[in-house]
Design a protein around this ligand. Structure first.
Ligand SMILES: NC(=O)c1ccc[n+]([C@@H]2O[C@H](COP(=O)([O-])OP(=O)(O)OC[C@H]3O[C@@H](n4cnc5c(N)ncnc54)[C@H](OP(=O)(O)O)[C@@H]3O)[C@@H](O)[C@H]2O)c1
Length: 302
């Protein structure tokens, strides 16, 4: 039982099909040794890609991860690090931010990456993402910053997150290097990617999307409204048919899409991570896939 690997785009990089997300890391309240054990266990299971952002945990998560990695630096060669930049939230840790805003100017990207490298204790980021589409985005600034970082060997590949299809089109047309992913919200409760053009675009460009909150941030299991209950009921039926857990069915549902979606897991619990790994071997037949779709939309496909 191991996690398959996938080329995000023709130009790479190769990542593990399941990614471990670090957004909630500070909430897990793990000591450095416990976190190191979790990272080691994930890598052993084949989850070698870790998803960060400069701002996670109020700018603390990269540093916590880096502290663990410093205890076993050789692990770095067996993993891929993804991080993001571009959001400047109001935060006690950043007293200069009077209003939450975006900044994708060259200077900020360079400064943010240097800070991520220091915090993570590494000399390269395998994949750098712009976290959100900046309302004042200037592709020339991005080209200059990411170009310099790539030339210096500090960033391997470049992608975006939460971009619309037309924003990706605009960037792809203007950048001298490829955009290798769009990290977007996709789950049985977040199905907008099927209608807003982002999944179509990933398939057209042959880039694999990364799915954040693949279990809807836990709402699949405890959400209270009518739609949550409907989706949960069908997940339960499918889980019984497939002799699997509801979480595994939800992940298998995403993994079934031909765009090559990479679910980013948000749990720090090893038993849940192991269950996710087993979901890579779970197949839904087409009718099972459509039953979950129908539960999500509340109506049969036309
Ligand atoms: N690019 C972006 O804008 C963006 C935005 C949000 C997130 N992300 C990335 O996506 C990653 C994943 O997001 P997420 O944390 O929302 O993912 P998620 O897997 O949808 O949600 C994780 C939550 O679901 C709970 N959960 C997981 N499995 C469960 C199960 N079997 N039963 C009950 N509860 C379960 C977890 O609780 P436990 O901790 O108790 O397991 C946790 O609270 C983040 O870490 C981050 O890297 C990116």
């Amino acid at each position: 039982m191991s996690v398959p690997r996938i080329e995000l785009a023709a130009a790479g990089p190769q990542l593990s099909r399941l990614v471990l997300g670090m957004w909630r890391l500070a909430d897990w309240r793990l000591g450095t040794d416990e976190l190191l054990a979790l990272i080691e266990a994930s890598v052993e299971l084949g989850i070698t890609t870790f998803d960060h952002a400069d701002i996670y945990g109020d700018h603390t998560c990269e540093g916590l991860f880096g502290q663990a990695l410093r205890r076993r630096p050789e692990l770095r060669q067996r993993m891929e690090l993804v991080t993001k930049c571009g959001i400047k939230p109001v935060s006690a840790n950043r007293p200069g931010h009077g209003v939450t805003h975006y900044d994708t100017r060259r200077e900020h990207i360079l400064r943010s990456v240097e800070s991520s490298l220091r915090a993570l204790g590494t000399d390269r980021i395998d994949l750098l993402l712009l976290h959100r589409p900046d309302l004042l985005l200037d592709p020339d600034e991005i080209a200059a910053a990411v170009g310099a970082l790539r030339d210096a060997g500090k960033v391997g590949h470049f992608g975006v997150s939460n971009f619309t299809a037309s924003q990706v089109d605009m960037l792809t047309a203007r950048l001298p290097f490829p955009v290798v992913t769009n990290q977007i919200e996709i789950s049985p409760l977040a199905i907008g990617a099927w209608s807003d053009g982002t999944l179509d675009q990933c398939q057209r460009l042959r880039i694999a999307p990364m799915a954040w909150s693949p279990l809807a941030g836990g709402r699949l299991f405890h959400g209270r409204d009518e739609r949550h209950r409907r989706v949960r009921r069908v997940l339960g039926e499918l889980a019984a048919e497939l002799d699997a857990g509801a979480d595994q069915v939800a992940l298998a549902w995403l993994l079934a899409h031909p765009a090559g979606i990479l679910p980013i897991l948000g749990t720090g619990k090893l038993d849940r991570i192991r269950a996710a790994v087993a979901a890579c071997d779970l197949s839904l037949v087409r009718q099972q896939w459509f039953r979950l779709w129908t539960a999500s939309t509340g109506e049969e496909v036309p």
